[in-house]
Structure formats: structure tokens, C-alpha cells
Design a protein around this ligand. Structure first.
Ligand SMILES: *Cc1c(COP(=O)(O)O)cnc(C)c1O
Length: 417
């Protein structure tokens, strides 16, 4: 029987770090990763046959749970008709219509293959549409790995040109300004756009303060900059109408990913007809993709959105509340300092005294304790994300009983810390 350690050794021989996305290598928590053999609903099984309650859920992409029958059927049916054509298909029209129906600010949407492609393309469109170069992002917000968005976190307005990765030339981030989250930035007419996670979910969970998103919207309007909501996590998770609908703030462009592919690779960006009209072939901003609008991904995504009726968001929020309250009580009872922040259906874990409001505060989370908590949970059959800055992803498959098992595992783990 294959085992995790042998597979990781083999993987490291042929794949840098043994993984195809860095966090999976367990560098932040120590130890070596479990290799997944299969998954169903709220559970994954590793190659050694060990079962875990999965709160990673592909970082939220499989909100309906693993191998949901209607998504599997949609993919199987689509695959039997061919996997990619390089010509338009009815499935991509249906998915585009479904996105536009649910998200009021989206009149037109372009499908791509990842969240990274969505934000990268939305930025190019914002620059092309406004004829301006400068962009603003918030410290601690993650928008995928395009060069100009890999500007360092780190606080302070006007942190120009600080690259967050080797290989990103200073020139690539020279027009990227990084500002602290939850402080309304002061813009001028050199700005093409502001891109923001409307609820920050890549520095743990950080909620936008009351009125913050509205004020950013006004500031963009004042100088004619576009507002881009990166809803790759919040889209179709926070509410039927995403974060834009939840907060009642209308961005000019929105980016999606994760959920809209039902677990297959996808991304999308959309907005008003006017702004989207600047995109090729109608307009001068070039953007393309050999596999974009892929028939398997659109079929899986549509099957996922069909399951996400307005009614299920109440259930998702109840699950998130039960999980957050239960974990908070478990930490409190054990005397381990923690705040379990929650915004609707979104839940994070912050190991510190008070709820963080920005990246500097979020980074004070106790990573050493997180690593111990993570391994204690894993030993007890609960898989959390292997990093202190990821959120929890309860979905439709996490029943009350399963949430109860997670909380029991947490109580047990924390008693041992
Ligand atoms: C995951 C994520 C991305 C990047 O999406 P990929 O599909 O990994 O390229 C962008 N923005 C946010 C908010 C994300 O969480």
C-alpha cells in the first residue's frame, strides 16, 4: 500500500517542494502532507486509508461537498461529449447567464481558468478602460500570483514598488500601491482601480469595518477609478449575490473562481456592459484562453450553482455559526487565547486576544499554537488548512453531527496543548 511519506519523497524528487501549490507542503505547520486518495461529502481519505473530516474543501471550491452526485454526473455527461473544442458552447452561455442573474453588478462576464487569471485580466481591463496605470491593493489581501499583485503586504500608504516574490521585477509593481485594510485610501486621478477582498479571507478572516466598503466606493467615484471586488472566495459563499449583494455595494468589476467551477479549474471576471465593452473582440483590451469556457468546468460550475439556491445560505450560515461558537467555547474552556471571527458563512481562526482589523494585527496570530492545534486535529481525523492564515470552509456536506465531531476533536486537542 502506498504511504504518505514515500509519496512525499517521490514527489519531492520530481515536483519542486513535492507540491503544485506551496501551502500544501505543510511548511507552515511542520510534518509532511497526507496524500488524498478519494473524497466524498465532508470527508477525504488519504492513501493510507485514514479518514478526515475535511475543512479545506479545495480552499472553498467544493462548497457542495466532495463528489456531489449531480456535479459528478454533469462532468461525466460533459466529458463523454468531448473535453475542449476551441469554439463556443451552450454551457458557457448558461453559466454566464447564471452569474449575471445572481450578481446585480455583472451585466457581462468573461470566463477564464483560475482566480489568478481573473484578477490579472480585470486589472488589465481597468487600466485599458481608464487609460491609467496605477492600482491600489490592500495589505494582506490575496489576489492570486500575477506579478503586479504580488506587491508585499506590510502597512503604510504609498508602499511603492516592494515586490513580494523573487522574480517579480520592481517595474512590475512600480504602479502598485499597498494600503492598510480598513483605512479608506486617498486616491487621485492617476489610479485606474482599487482591488479588494470585500471580506478579507487570506489573512485569516478580517471583516470590513462598518461603512468601509461604501467609503472606498465613494473615493473611487471621486477620482474616476474603478472598484474591483475580488470575490474568488466570497462569491456564491457569503450570499446568493456574493459580498456585493451582502453589503449592498456595487463594484465596477468582480472576480470569481473556486465555487463557480464546482471543483474544476475556472475563473471569471465581469461587470457593467460599459466596462466589459473595452475587452477584445469588442474593445482594445486583449485577453484570451485556449481552454477558457471549458465544457467540463462550465458543466460542473453550473451544477454547483444549481445547488446553491437562495435557501441554502441560511443553512450554510447556521453551520458556520455552530462551528464558530463551538470552537470559541472550546478555546475558552481550555484557556487558549483565540478569537473565532465570523462574517455570515465565513469563519476564521485567530490565535490572539482581539479580533484583527488589518494585516499587521492579523499577523500577530500565534503560528506556533496554530501548528500544534492543526496537528492535534489532524491526528483526531479533522483536516484544517495547513497554514494559520487560511479560513475554514464548512459547506453543504457539513451536517450538525459532523460539526459536533469537529468541536469534540478541538476540545480534546486543546486539552492536550
Ligand atoms: C484563491 C484566490 C485567488 C486566486 O485564485 P487561483 O484559482 O488560486 O488562481 C484570488 N483571489 C482570492 C481572494 C483567492 O482566495
Amino acid at each position: 500500500m502506498p504511504n504518505n511519506a514515500d509519496l512525499f519523497d517521490r514527489a519531492r524528487e520530481r515536483i519542486p517542494g513535492g507540491v503544485n501549490s506551496p501551502v500544501r507542503a505543510f511548511g507552515a505547520v511542520g510534518g509532511s502532507p497526507y496524500f488524498v486518495e478519494r473524497a466524498n461529502g465532508a470527508h477525504v481519505w488519504d492513501v493510507e486509508g485514514k479518514q478526515y473530516i475535511d475543512l479545506v474543501q479545495s480552499y472553498g471550491a467544493v462548497i457542495a461537498g466532495h463528489a456531489h452526485p449531480s456535479i459528478v454526473e454533469a462532468i461525466t455527461t460533459a466529458a463523454s461529449k468531448g473535453t475542449s473544442y476551441g469554439a463556443p458552447t451552450p454551457g458557457e452561455v448558461t453559466l454566464a447567464e447564471a452569474i449575471c442573474d445572481r450578481i446585480e453588478a455583472v451585466d457581462r462576464v468573461r470566463l477564464v481558468n483560475s482566480g489568478t487569471e481573473a484578477t490579472m485580466s480585470a486589472i488589465r481591463l481597468a487600466r485599458g478602460h481608464t487609460g491609467r496605470d496605477r492600482i491600489l491593493k490592500f495589505a494582506g489581501n490575496y489576489h492570486g500570483h500575477a506579478d503586479m499583485l504580488l506587491a508585499a503586504g506590510g502597512s503604510g500608504m504609498a508602499t511603492f514598488g516592494l515586490s513580494g516574490s523573487a522574480g517579480v521585477p520592481a517595474a512590475a509593481v512600480a504602479d502598485t500601491v499597498v494600503a492598510p485594510y480598513n483605512v479608506v485610501p486617498e486616491l487621485d486621478d492617476s489610479y485606474a482601480c482599487v482591488i479588494i477582498e470585500p471580506v478579507a479571507a487570506n489573512m485569516g478572516l478580517v471583516a470590513p469595518g462598518i461603512g468601509f466598503l461604501e467609503a472606498v466606493r465613494s473615493e473611487c467615484d471621486r477620482v474616476g477609478a474603478l472598484l474591483i471586488f475580488d470575490e474568488v472566495i466570497t462569491g456564491f459563499r457569503l450570499s446568493h449575490a456574493g459580498a456585493a449583494g451582502h453589503f449592498g455595494v456595487r463594484p465596477d468589476l468582480l472576480c470569481f473562481g473556486k465555487i463557480i467551477g464546482g471543483g474544476l479549474p475556472i475563473g471569471a471576471f465581469g461587470g457593467s456592459s460599459e466596462v466589459m465593452g473595452s475587452l477584445a473582440p469588442d474593445g482594445p483590451v486583449y485577453q484570451a484562453g485556449t481552454l477558457s469556457g471549458n465544457p467540463l468546468a462550465t458543466a460542473a460550475g453550473m451544477a454547483a450553482l444549481d445547488l446553491l439556491t437562495p435557501e441554502v445560505y441560511g443553512q450554510l450560515e447556521a453551520t458556520a455559526a455552530r462551528l464558530a461558537d463551538g470552537l470559541q467555547s472550546a478555546f475558552d474552556a481550555a484557556g487558549v487565547e483565540a478569537v473565532i471571527p465570523r462574517v455570515g458563512t465565513l469563519v476564521g481562526v485567530f490565535l490572539g486576544r482581539s479580533t484583527p482589523g488589518n494585516y499587521d494585527e492579523a499577523r500577530t496570530t500565534d503560528e506556533v499554537t496554530y501548528a500544534s492545534f492543526f496537528h492535534g486535529m489532524l491526528d483526531r481525523g479533522v483536516a484544517l488548512a495547513p497554514g494559520a492564515y487560511e479560513i475554514l470552509f464548512p459547506g453543504l456536506a457539513h451536517t450538525h453531527a459532523i460539526v459536533g465531531q469537529v468541536i469534540a476533536a478541538a476540545t480534546d486537542t486543546l486539552a492536550d496543548l
